[in-house]
Each structure stands twice: as C-alpha cells, then as structure tokens.
Design a binder for this molecule. Structure first.
Ligand code: PLP
Length: 226
C-alpha cells in the first residue's frame, strides 16, 4: 500500500518552498492523481501524449506539464491545455509549438532540454546546439512561446559526485544563458532538475523545479496495462 498523501507531505519537509514539485504521474491512475490533489499537489507531469490527454480530460483543473520526448506531429493535441513543456530540444519543435499555440491564442512556457548525462540514450541538446538554437533568427520574436529556463536529466548512477557535477554544470550553463540571451526577462528563471533519486543534490545545486514520480506514487510497474 502506497501512502501518496503521506509521501507528499514527507517530501515537502525536505524541499524548500521556492522549489516547485512536479508530480510525475506517468503509468499512475486518475484515482492516484486525485489522492495527490487531496494532499495539495496541483502540478503533474506526463511523458506520453495519449496518456496525458486521457488524464487531462478527467482532471482538467490540475496544472499539466509535459516532461517526455515530444514529436512534432503530436504537439497540436496538447497545446490547448499544457502549461509547461520541459523537453523543447529543437528549433523545429519550438516553431511548431509557437504556431499551434498561436491558433489557440495561448502562450506556452517551454524549457530547453539539455543533455547532461553520460548515457547516450538521454534526449536533449548539447551546449553548442543550445547556443546555436538561441542564435537562430526569429526565435526571440515568437509570441506564443516563452522560454522559461532549462531542464536536464542526470546520469542514472550511484555516484553522487558525478550527479552533482552534472547538475552544477547545468546550473552554470543556465546562468550563462540567462546573462547572454535573457538578461532582462524575469520569466527566464526555471531550472528543472532532480528526480526521486537525486532531487536533494539538484536542490543544493540550484534547482527550482523537481520532477518526482516514484517517491510520491511508488515504483512504476510497466507492462500490466496500468
Ligand atoms: C519518469 C520521469 C521522472 C520521474 O522519475 P522518478 O525517478 O520516478 O522520480 C522525472 N523526469 C522525467 C523526464 C521522467 O521521465
């Protein structure tokens, strides 16, 4: 038996109030999400478009974030309601988010996903690709997206110092990007880093948003149709 409300309250005692908790509810049921809402959690993250839409339709009052790899052709399905996309990682994707958001008269908050892990499988841009993206003509004229910061996923490892080094590198890069590209934009202020196994290190290194799944909802079980 997983005590979701208890887990959330316990987590809050370890996370400073200025750090936003995104409860990553992928594979978890609407009933479990409602239990989290009962404990005062209002922000949820999903990584699959179909799953997200199904949950949004049942719980439209929650604040929904997208944290997974996003395909250009699926953007239109989430743009009417999504609050933040943590995983923007190409000009083409950002352009499509901007175009679709314009059709809905919305402005969508986006984070640029940076590749910081040693694993090759993790998504995201290198620092050079990010600088190139930010220099692309037209990017800063897009009216229906707002680039609010950076996101990164650290290497899955027990080596805490390696993880700390990756988060510290991302925090340094965040400050550089802020200084060079968004010096006067107060909205460029979010650093989304830290998951169940490494959120404490991420917070120490300057995270403003932690994305927590299993520590709130329990381990995920895949392949049961859940
Ligand atoms: C699943 C997921 C999380 C949450 O993972 P936990 O280890 O269960 O906290 C965070 N971020 C992303 C991008 C994810 O896909």
């Amino acid at each position: 038996m997983v005590h979701i409300a208890q887990n959330i309250n316990e987590l809050r005692t370890h996370i400073p109030p200025h750090v936003k908790i995104v409860a990553v509810s992928k594979t978890k049921s609407v009933t479990e999400i409602r239990e989290a809402i009962g404990a005062g959690q209002h922000v949820f993250g999903e990584n699959k478009v179909q799953e997200l839409i199904g949950k949004y339709e049942q719980i439209p009052e929650a604040e929904w974030h997208f944290v997974g790899h996003l395909q250009t052709n699926k953007i239109k399905h989430i743009v009417p309601f999504i609050r933040m996309i943590h995983s923007a990682d190409s000009f083409r994707l950002i352009e499509e988010i901007n175009n679709r958001a314009g059709m809905c008269n919305r402005v969508i908050d986006c984070l640029l996903q940076i590749h910081i892990a040693r694993e090759e499988t993790k998504f995201g841009m290198s620092e050079d690709e990010t600088l190139e993206l930010l220099d692309t003509p037209g990017l800063h004229d897009m009216k229906n997206i707002r680039i609010c910061g950076l996101m990164g996923v650290a290497t899955f490892t027990d080596n805490k110092e390696a993880v700390r080094g990756e988060f510290r590198g991302l925090a340094n890069f965040f400050r550089r990007i802020k200084r060079e590209f968004f010096p006067t934009e107060a909205s460029f202020c979010e650093l989304s880093m830290g998951m169940s196994d490494d959120y404490d290190i991420a917070v120490e290194e300057g995270s403003t948003m932690v994305r927590i799944g299993s520590l709130i909802f329990g381990e995920r079980v895949y392949g049961t149709g859940a």
